[in-house]
Design a protein around this ligand. Sequence first.
Ligand code: SF4
Length: 333
Amino acid sequence: MDLIQFQKLFNKEPRYRLGQAKRAFFHDLIKNWQEAMVLPLSLREKLNKECPIGIPAKTFISKDKNTIKALFTLKDDLKIEAVLMRHKDKRNTICVSSQVGCPLNCAFCATGKMGFKRNLEISEVVEQVLFFARYLKQIGEKITNIVFMGMGEPFLNYQNIIESITILNDKEGFNLGARRFSISTAGIIEGIEKLAKEKLQINLAVSLHAPNDKLRSKLMPIDKKYPIKKILSSIDGYIKKTRRRVMFEYIMIKNLNDSKKHAQALAKFMNKPFYFVNLISCNPTGIFKPSSLLRIKKFQEILEKEGVIVTKRYRFGQGIKAACGQLAISDNK
Ligand code: SF4
């Protein structure tokens, strides 16, 4: 839906009408304005004509039905993907894209290989969420968490991502609590500093993936601009201001960053209050292979012995190429 056009259509309507329409769209999750019976017929017809709310997408469902990937075709025919992960503990997490492609070209990531096309508009971000909210409504469930870990670097589309979160957090609309949102960054310092000043209490994750710049810059070329030391210093500033925990993501890649030495080096600077490390088994995207479960367990033990808080991420959606680092559209313009 074109959000600017949507607001415009209510300029000449009584003030309460906009609230009614927002509630129908974001809360009742209508798929056609004719369903918003609270609005007069003439307004419903006008909305359907000038501000249609269909969200077409192609879906791919994993064998265990716990992961659903949606492929959206945008108005300029570019394509993006978003993923719904249905957890055993009843959480429903949506992994949302923030850009078409990505300029950062991380070595382990299929999105990076696509190159960068453009930033997503606010409505294109919001629609990824609403698509799955409508999907879940059919089975009596709701979205519980939204993570900006799909295609693209969210902090390179900072304003649109924050405005999308503000819309989805709005009590009059979708009303998902701020703490249910997480942004994952490759370490864009300006974004970390701006987020520290926002009133929204959202979660922050940083993709680390290596314990030193030599290795990290091979995996993530952006490390040359934003090396580990600078990122950690901006994170410490963020924590001082927000008193919020920060997650450091570490993809476990076989024989590359998963040795005892790597764990010991990582532990030296991750053993801090408000820091925690999330170990993620690498998903195959080409040359990289996942570390064995035993290797990950040993890595975790070394970190924990040094007092680092560690969590592990469950793998979702490999079979439908919906897992971390696997989102990519081969026929994008
Ligand atoms: S991992 Fe994230 S930041 Fe790196 S290329 Fe992929 S989408 Fe971009």
